[in-house]
Write a new protein. Structure first.
Length: 89
């Protein structure tokens, strides 16, 4: 199952995230969910702690930060590269 944080939908409503870009990422996550193959797209492992490992999915100038838990994809943020990593600093 694909689960988005509320901030993702807030950014769409505010116009910070174009609907077309969200659609690109949503279709990518659907493909990941069906295949469970992280090599399909430009995905890199970010940081990990004892509880979970974070990943980033890149599409053009935008990035999605997510983690996987029990075969569910939890998308924390989708934003431009300059903005998405500020939350992690």
């Amino acid at each position: 199952m694909i689960k988005y944080e509320d901030d993702v939908f807030k950014n769409i409503k505010k116009g910070k995230l174009p609907k077309e870009v969200f659609s690109l990422f949503h279709h990518a996550f659907i493909a990941l969910e069906k295949t469970n193959d992280l090599k399909l797209f430009d995905i890199k492992r970010l940081q990990s702690n004892e509880k979970r490992t974070y990943y980033r999915l890149r599409k053009n100038k935008y990035r999605a930060i997510f983690y996987i838990e029990d075969d569910d994809y939890f998308i924390i943020s989708i934003a431009k590269r300059e903005e998405v990593y500020k939350k992690w600093e």
